[in-house]
Design a protein around this ligand. Structure first.
Ligand code: GUN
Length: 314
């Protein structure tokens, strides 16, 4: 069946399915831990009224509850003093019942984000943003790893996509996705290249990738000439387009009409860093936007919370 799909174009990897599989595994682990008297607990801290953050945090708290993880949502005022937010983090660090602490970003401008994130106990840092966890990952030690790249590795393993010896190219070098993604692929024995805005001849480098991860936040930067035939193309971009011409360039017959309708109704439509028409025609596997890796992030946050609960008790 796979061969048939390959000749017809890329197989789409559904984030929803992989997220459901991860959540099933986490729910079983939580049930096992409860038998041992361990009740994993996640606290999500939100500051101010950013509407996107409100949606994300609600989804995190709801997912935790679904899986049997105790969760707490600390909603703090926009004008909270930096010292008072630090004190909240320190209080959560000291609470023995709390396994995971997540401070939702972005934080208001007057808060020193770096200092807040560095104050979180690295062993409770379920986002994996603390430099201690970044260092542990770089050195190949047990670490809490950022959720999106960890979810991508989990998905590639579940799909049986060979990483050992593969040429993997990561486009983007952020601390949250690009760098940890590259280190995780390296840990899986891929030959890894990191590309960025100064890379010369991006298409030449990308076109040799068996696994291509795009995480730069540039609409459609990955096109037909960047994709090796049959490659696995993972799109981490989250961009919105409002122009029907761009949509015509981006989408084929299969979804153009739907996208044009969305632009007309809502003013824009969500796209990634990869030109979807090109990836569907040329890749072996492709994670669409939306419906791809974005859905893995919350599932992996739950996995990290259980991991933290276990590691803290070792
Ligand atoms: N804001 C958007 N995505 C994230 C995330 O993964 N973690 C945190 N802490 N804030 C975010």
């Amino acid at each position: 069946m796979n061969t048939e799909m390959k000749t017809a174009g890329a197989e789409l990897l559904s984030g929803k399915e992989f997220a459901a599989a991860i959540k099933d595994d986490v729910a079983s682990e939580v049930a096992e831990l409860k038998k041992e008297g361990i009740e994993p607990c996640l606290v999500v801290v939100r500051v101010g009224e950013d509407p996107a953050s409100e949606v994300y945090v609600k989804s995190k708290v709801r997912t935790a509850e679904e899986l049997g993880i105790i969760s707490e949502h600390r909603h703090l005022p926009e004008d909270i003093k930096h010292e008072d937010l630090l004190a909240v983090v320190e209080e959560l660090n000291s609470r023995d019942d709390v396994d995971g602490i997540l401070v939702q970003l972005p934080l208001p401008k007057h808060i020193n984000e770096k200092e807040i994130l560095e104050t979180i106990d690295p062993d409770k840092d379920v986002d994996g943003f603390h430099p201690m966890n970044a260092g542990r990952l770089a050195q190949g030690h047990e670490a809490l790893v950022p959720c999106t790249p960890a979810g991508i590795i989990d998905m590639l393993k579940r799909k049986g996509i060979e990483m050992k010896g593969a040429n993997a190219v990561v486009v983007g070098r952020s601390n949250i996705v690009g760098k940890p993604m590259a280190l995780l692929l390296l840990q899986e024995h891929a030959t890894v290249t990191i590309c960025h805005s100064r890379t010369k001849d991006l298409a030449d480098v990308c076109s040799r990738a068996d696994i291509l991860v795009a995480a730069v936040g540039v609409t459609g930067i990955i096109r037909e000439e960047h994709i090796k035939p049959g490659a696995t193309v993972v799109d981490v971009g989250m961009n919105s387009i409002d122009d029907p011409e761009t949509a015509r360039d981006f989408f084929g017959e299969d979804e153009l009409e739907k996208r044009l309708n969305t632009i007309e109704k809502r003013g824009s439509t969500l796209v990634g860093d990869v030109n979807a028409k090109a990836a569907k025609a040329k890749a072996g596997y492709f994670t669409p936007v939306p419906g791809g890796v974005g859905l893995l992030t919350v599932a992996m946050l739950m996995k990290n919370t259980v991991k933290a609960a276990k590691l803290r008790r070792q």
